[in-house]
Design a protein around this ligand. Structure first.
Ligand code: NAG
Ligand code: NAG
Length: 166
């Protein structure tokens, strides 16, 4: 039952994304320079967490979110609708330490500060996230970047590059 509802919400997200009407995005967004807009939402799925984004071309192209010594980093979620469709609550944050988009052995990050399940207004909310303990990011030219695939409670989302501090 759970997986059935998950599949249908992913299908809903894909349908909405094709109509460029997806509802929430986490920034900094992999592959998106400047202000992220609704059409940049990627609707992660288990088969394709970062969807249409070319990872090798984009992992080093923009400012990453910077994790501190404890693996904690801040990102921002912007919602384009209210309600659960525009949810600012992260339901899943999967970490690919290779930075290649291979989430087969991904571990979950911990949400220290999460957003509202059903926001009443559109705008943005801060999110604070912690990488799994002991995890080492090895992606990108500097070999210290991870990819994190965020999915909201409304099943929207995208990938974010996170760089570990030295
Ligand atoms: C995250 O944001 C909070 C609030 O602005 C700040 O106190 C904290 O230092 C930030 N953490 C990191 C790792 O940047
Ligand atoms: C979510 O969005 C879809 C498509 O716009 C709409 O049909 C549905 O009613 C919305 N659900 C909620 C809870 O707002």
């Amino acid at each position: 039952m759970f997986s059935k509802s998950l599949i249908s919400s992913v299908a809903l997200c894909l349908g909405l994304a094709l109509q460029a009407s997806a509802h929430a995005i986490i920034t900094p967004t992999l592959g998106v320079s400047g202000t992220a807009v609704r059409a940049d939402v990627q609707c992660p799925s288990a088969a394709s967490e970062c969807r249409t984004i070319n990872i090798p071309q984009n992992i080093d192209s923009l400012q990453a979110a910077i994790a501190n010594q404890a693996g904690i980093f801040n990102v921002t979620i912007t919602n384009f609708n209210g309600g659960v469709n525009g949810s600012c609550q992260i339901a899943s944050a999967l970490v690919d330490p290779t930075g290649t988009g291979n989430f087969a052995s991904a571990q979950s990050a911990t949400m220290i500060l999460n957003g509202d399940l059903a926001p009443t207004v559109v705008g943005y909310q801060p999110l604070t996230v912690q990488l799994p303990a002991g995890l080492e990011c090895a992606g990108g030219a500097s070999a210290d970047k991870c990819l994190v695939s965020f999915t909201t409670a409304g099943s929207f989302g995208n990938c974010v590059v996170v760089q570990q501090s030295a």
